[in-house]
Design a protein around this ligand. Structure first.
Ligand code: COA
Length: 260
């Protein structure tokens, strides 16, 4: 697929995916969602040895200012169902992605933008970033997982307030609420995101993938996360990387993990 609205670059084994619609504050239109679906479904395979992805918006005003409101006219209930389901499917692909995805948030992360950031595994925000779920201003509710992931990340009390009032939260409060992992000086979001991914890339790849799966399974009502952990632990014990990790510790040297 030839991308029109996202730019994929890579710095070593880290992919940097930029949503590139700055004139619309990087709003997610259908084409952009299709491109994100393609990248997280198969496009990533072109990057050999991929160990992490940074997702960011073009320019420094916005991560993503939500779904593209210009595509809202003429929607009926069926189209609404399709739209929300499409967003859910893509955001689950990101949440379940086999390597960590970090949202580098320079400015607005509103509506679908806040939902996209929340589907990522980690979030690094500029001190100028703003978060919110303003959908009730438009007569709708969040449709890309916002009513669920906001509660998961910050708890029901504050999530309910933000969803009902459509209030925006500034970066320091987002940090205090546990909505983001780090707040950094404006312009340093990408560097900090890459730094985090580089640290994670020194760890055992299979263990990292299984951490993502087990943590996600806590929030999956159809799954017993504790049972999953037992099974995945056993799988890790069966890897060459486990032998290497334990041996390297005993030999007092850094481990050389192969992802096997
Ligand atoms: N969809 C489509 N276009 C959007 C957009 C969205 N979600 N958010 C911003 N844009 C466009 C604006 O229409 C404007 O386009 P124009 O220059 O052609 O008029 C451009 O991006 C810049 O936005 P503007 O509103 O002029 O910037 P601002 O600094 O005054 O306000 C926001 C920034 C983010 C507060 C404001 O754009 C906003 O409220 N956007 C909608 C957020 C939202 O409701 N998201 C949830 C959608 S479900």
């Amino acid at each position: 697929m030839e991308y029109q609205n996202i730019i994929v670059e890579h710095k070593g084994v880290t992919a940097i995916v930029t949503i590139n619609r700055p004139k619309a504050l990087n709003a997610l239109n259908r084409q952009t969602l299709a491109e994100l679906r393609h990248f997280f479904g198969e496009g990533y395979k072109a990057i050999e040895g991929l160990r992490g992805v940074v997702l960011k918006g073009a320019g420094d005003r916005s991560f993503v200012a939500g779904a593209d409101i210009t595509e809202f006219t003429g929607l009926d209930a069926q189209a609404g169902l399709d739209m929300a389901q499409n967003g859910h499917d893509i955001f689950f692909m990101i949440e379940q992605f086999h390597v960590p995805v970090v949202a580098a948030i320079s400015g607005f992360a509103l509506g679908g933008g806040c939902e996209l950031a929340m589907a990522c595994h980690l979030r690094v925000a500029s001190e100028k970033a703003r978060f919110g779920q303003p959908e009730v201003n438009l007569g709708i509710i969040p449709g890309y997982g916002g009513t669920q992931r906001l509660v998961q990340l910050i708890g029901k009390t504050k999530a309910m307030e933000l969803l009902l009032t459509a209030d925006m939260v500034k970066a320091p409060e987002a940090l205090q609420l546990g909505l983001v992992n780090y707040v950094v000086e404006h312009g340093h979001e990408l560097d900090k995101s890459i730094e985090l991914l580089q640290k994670i890339a020194t760890k055992a790849p299979i263990a990292i993938q299984k951490i993502i799966e087990c943590v996600n399974s806590y929030f999956n009502a159809t799954e017993d996360g504790f049972k999953r952990e037992v099974l995945e632990f056993a799988q890790c014990v069966n890897t060459e990387d486990f032998k290497e990790g334990a041996t390297a510790f005993l030999e007092k040297r850094p481990a050389d993990f192969k992802g096997k």
